[in-house]
Ligand binder design. Structure first.
Ligand SMILES: CC(C)(COP(=O)(O)OP(=O)(O)OC[C@H]1O[C@@H](n2cnc3c(N)ncnc32)[C@H](O)[C@@H]1OP(=O)(O)O)[C@@H](O)C(=O)NCCC(=O)NCCS
Length: 375
């Protein structure tokens, strides 16, 4: 949807003055003490972002604090419900995020990525925010939302620019987007993030009776799935964060391409979320997280042919924890995960895009932590 076709907004609310020509540089007070990077050095497209400014008077920006955690979740709900209404989807479609997990992500970012979690304020109220993480040489924009009455005024662009703190010319910039929103996708493309993969979100009911693990493993007619014969079955054992950190790092490096001990720490801290190493003949082939809400992911395996068995193991763990359905977000290139889901009656609930400033990772063997909009 083009910005010019957006529905008319409440005229009493602050409006961007379309006759005001954007100026270069800062428009609201002095540059922040936690300074954003000089993104002009990154690339031609990213430097376009430098020229952006907010066209709403009185808007200011500051790094987020713990006290902003809940309000930024409300901003996310407001912005995504508004988008859903405009594209004819039911409210909160595709969010799938249990608040406690979304709030834990925010707290973790205040702690580990304080220069990359920014809020925009007007009249002492948070009206927009951006959350990004930086792990090794990969930057990921985990969330960007502006409340409807302040959209289209440069705030999203400015939040993105500030959340680039710590990146350099060699950093890969990545984001997972909602494919229905050309505004956000265009904004990211202007920052140099281009299409790498699709992101498919599926929901499926858990088998109603009997042993969920066995029922899920019993491969329906799926020509793509490796034989379900015993050899492919994976054993699960709980992740021991301290003892298993090298194993986790080696799986992360061979799949997404960067290590992230603090993110495993985050997932380990979330009540109802189980982390497990997946083994065959005592050899670790990957890891998975599954929650009592049925959210599966992140899940990563060294060899993509292990995806079906890994999903079976994770879904069985979710069933044991009480889940009655599963919610999974996979890269389109993870074909064996897609066919596993389709063969079990999963419904495609939303389609997203994975954009990156250069190709990153091997996503054909990965399931994202879709529940919390993280990598
Ligand atoms: C995405 C979002 C954060 C952007 O924030 P914003 O403050 O409205 O964005 P900005 O005003 O900084 O930038 C939007 C730019 O996109 C441009 N744009 C809009 N539609 C476009 C299109 N179809 N193609 C190209 N550019 C487009 C606008 O003209 C504007 O550029 P300009 O500043 O040069 O005029 C906000 O719209 C939002 O919260 N949307 C709903 C939630 C969402 O989709 N979040 C992203 C999740 S991936």
């Amino acid at each position: 949807m083009d910005g010019r076709t957006l529905p008319r907004r409440d005229r009493t609310l602050p409006r961007r003055d379309r006759n005001v020509k954007p100026e270069r540089g800062w428009t609201v007070g002095a540059p922040p003490s936690v300074g954003p990077p000089d993104v002009t050095q990154r690339s031609g497209s990213a430097s376009t972002i430098m020229a952006a400014m907010t066209r709403f008077p009185g808007v200011s920006f500051r790094p987020a604090r713990d006290a902003d955690v809940e309000r930024t979740y409300e901003v996310f709900l407001e912005a995504s419900d508004d988008l859903s209404k405009r594209v004819g989807r039911p409210p909160r479609a595709g969010t799938g995020a249990p608040p406690r997990r979304a709030l834990a992500l925010r707290r973790s970012c205040v702690r580990h990525d304080p220069d990359r979690f920014w809020v925009a304020e007007a009249d002492d109220r948070v009206i927009g925010f951006a959350i990004a993480i930086l792990r090794d040489d990969v930057w990921h924009l985990a969330a960007l939302h502006v409340v409807p009455e302040y959209q289209g005024g440069g705030i999203g662009t400015e939040l993105t620019r500030r959340s680039l703190a710590g990146t350099g010319p060699a950093t890969a910039l990545t984001v997972i987007t909602d494919a229905v929103n050309p505004i956000s996708n265009a904004l990211y493309m202007r920052a140099g993030m281009l299409f790498q993969d699709a992101m498919l979100t599926f929901d499926a009911p858990m088998p109603a009776s009997g042993d969920a693990g066995e029922a899920l493993a019993a491969a329906p007619d799926d020509p793509h799935e490796p034989s379900a014969a015993g050899g492919r079955t994976l054993e699960r054992r709980p992740i021991d964060l301290a003892a298993d950190q090298h194993l986790l790092a080696s799986i992360d490096l061979s799949t997404i391409g960067f290590a992230r001990p603090m993110d495993h720490e985050l997932w380990a801290s979330i009540e109802g979320l189980r982390g497990m190493l997946l083994e065959r003949d005592r050899v670790t082939v990957g890891y998975a997280y599954a929650s009592a809400d049925g959210a599966i992911g992140p899940l990563a395996v060294h060899d993509p042919s292990d995806l079906p068995a890994a999903l079976t193991a994770a879904a069985a763990a979710a069933a044991e924890a009480g889940a009655v359905s599963i919610h999974v977000r996979i890269p389109g290139s993870a074909r064996l995960a897609a066919s596993w889901l389709v063969a079990r009656g999963a419904r495609l609930s939303s389609i997203g895009l994975f954009l990156a400033s250069r190709p990153v990772g091997r996503l054909d063997r990965y399931v994202t932590s879709g529940g919390d909009a993280f990598y």
